[in-house]
Ligand binder design. Structure first.
Ligand code: GNR
Ligand code: NI
Length: 167
């Protein structure tokens, strides 16, 4: 296993669109394992391959307290969205920024697991938020793009300033 470096907003590579995985092979299982290790170490509750500069449709999620509920979604497809909730979101690619985002309350998603088998999952609450946040990443969208232009500009300048300080 290996820890992978996480891209930081506003890196343009965060806007690349991930390609579907054609075969769930050892390279995909290795990627998912490395992503899970990276997510747990961060720590975060989700990670999309886009964030580690791999533009393939792979997501890992674990919203449990004790790291016991690892979910891997390959080629996720959102089948249904229902209701609305507002959740304060953060992102490992936008460190230190937490903002309220409105999303669907419930989501039904179909994906492949690590054995290449198709499964469907219905989620609500935080898990539903996390799935939508990660699927956005695979489509090149960072959560701040749900915010006003003004907030996006402020966040960009704050992160650029931070990057100058830490450089
Ligand atoms: O760790 C994370 N926490 C989080 C909190 C609220 C809504 C979404 C998230 S996902 C985030 C990890 C991450 O950046 N995934 O892409
Ligand atoms: Ni994120």
């Amino acid at each position: 296993m290996a820890l992978l470096p996480i891209l930081r907003y506003p890196d343009p590579r965060l806007h690349k669109i991930a390609a579907p995985v054609e075969h769930v092979d050892e390279s995909v299982r290795k990627l998912a394992a490395d992503m899970a290790e990276t997510m747990y170490e961060a720590p975060g509750i989700g990670l999309a391959a886009t964030q580690v500069d791999v533009h393939r449709q792979v997501i890992v999620i674990d919203i449990s307290e004790d790291k016991s509920q690892l979910l891997t979604l390959i080629n996720p497809e959102i089948l249904e969205l229902a209701g609305e909730q507002v959740c304060e979101e953060g992102c490992l690619s936008v460190p230190g920024v937490y903002e309220k985002v409105s999303r669907a309350e419930r989501v039904k998603v179909r994906a492949l697991n690590l054995r290449g088998e198709s499964f469907a999952l219905e989620a609500e609450g935080l898990l539903a938020v996390c799935i939508q946040h990660e699927v956005d990443h695979l489509q090149g969208k960072v959560f701040v793009e749900h915010l006003s232009r003004l907030k996006q500009t402020r966040i960009k300048s704050r992160l650029a300033k931070q990057a100058r300080i830490t450089a």
